[in-house]
Design a protein around this ligand. Structure first.
Ligand code: NDP
Length: 303
């Protein structure tokens, strides 16, 4: 499967995978409507006018509609009181047309993010951030799993016949990427190491990895000579850097030019993990909808 040192790594095309995934979701949504008269619904709540968040919310709404689901967008002013946001979440929790609820983060500073996330019904928590879903994932129970690590897992499962017994290193321990990624890899029987900013000799830790997931937020930090020949590299990082000739471009946490000479397979940035996140949000919404109606889990969409 791996191609060894000196040869160019296989590029893991997350964009193509995500397009195919959305196609599969769309077909399952169609079957759900035809067979049961049910249309999955996703509610997205945006508080404030953060430009990046506005872009994310718009594209989430568009892709939700494209796969045939109902999209409910709630835009609240930046000075919305926490109580008002909690009241909206309570209404969405009770609304049978809403199967998934996502509150776009970050929230304005006067709102307690943890309180808001934990107010979402765990069965509608399609971001997988509710403390019950975190606990379910950690204890091997049926959970809704955070979208970015779920997308990484799907790419890894597509590339490897089995992950069992492989050495996996996750660099980064955030609640939204690093920690759930490590749990998912552990669930698939990898031997998992989590590295972070206090880890000693990071290159030596990374060199052990058959599977490397970099979720750090530091442009091109992981160099090619840190990577075990033939390893599979999943680069979650999205960093904007200035180009010498002016303007800017997106790069990952891995130095793609050197790493792709050593790795067996690697995700590019952009076009790797990024497109998987929204596709997995739609997958989670479909899963939540099927569970809410007591229907079988959709195939190939869960961890
Ligand atoms: P966080 O900032 O929450 O976490 C970063 C992690 O990296 C922390 O655990 C931190 O360690 C660790 N870290 C920082 N510096 C170093 C270092 N020098 N050596 C080793 N570890 C280090 O980031 P996120 O997890 O939210 O995101 C990570 C990256 O992924 C970002 O670039 C983000 O933009 C991207 N991202 C991409 C998504 C996508 O859809 N593709 C979705 C979500 C994120 P410590 O805990 O010790 O501080």
């Amino acid at each position: 499967m791996s191609e060894g040192p000196g040869k160019k790594a296989r590029i893991i095309d997350g964009k193509a995978f995500a397009t195919d995934l959305r196609g599969r979701i769309s077909r399952q949504v169609g079957a759900l409507r035809a067979g049961h008269g049910i249309t999955p619904g996703l509610a997205v709540v945006l508080v404030g006018e953060d430009p990046a968040s506005q872009v994310y919310v718009r594209s989430k709404g568009k892709m939700t509609r494209e796969v045939g689901m109902r999209s409910f967008e709630h835009r609240l002013a930046a000075d919305t009181a926490e109580a008002e946001l909690l009241a909206l979440i309570a209404r969405l929790n009770d609304d049978p047309a809403v199967h998934g609820i996502l509150v776009q983060l970050p929230l304005p500073g006067h709102i307690d993010e943890a309180r808001v996330i934990n107010a979402i019904s765990p069965d509608k928590d399609v971001d997988g951030f509710h403390i019950l879903n975190v606990g379910r994932l950690a204890t091997g129970q049926k959970a809704l799993v955070p979208c970015t690590p779920l997308g990484c897992l799907m790419l890894l499962r597509d590339h490897h016949a089995s992950l069992s017994g492989l050495e996996a290193v996750v660099v980064g321990r955030s609640n939204i990427v690093g920690k759930p990624m490590a749990q998912l890899l552990l669930r698939d029987n990898c031997t998992v190491t989590i590295a972070h900013s206090r880890s000693r000799d990071l290159p030596a830790i990374v060199r052990r990895a058959d599977i490397l997931v970099a979720a750090v937020g530091r442009a091109e930090m992981v160099k090619g000579d840190w990577i075990k020949p033939g390893a599979t590299v999943i680069d979650v990082g999205i960093n904007r850097i200035e180009k010498p000739e002016g303007g800017s471009r997106l790069v990952g946490d891995v130095d793609f030019a050197s790493a792709s000479q050593v790795a067996g397979a690697i995700t590019p940035v952009p076009g790797g993990v990024g497109p998987m996140t929204i596709a997995c949000l739609l997958a989670n919404t479909l899963t939540a909808c099927c569970r809410a109606h007591g229907l079988p889990e959709p195939e190939g969409l869960t961890a």
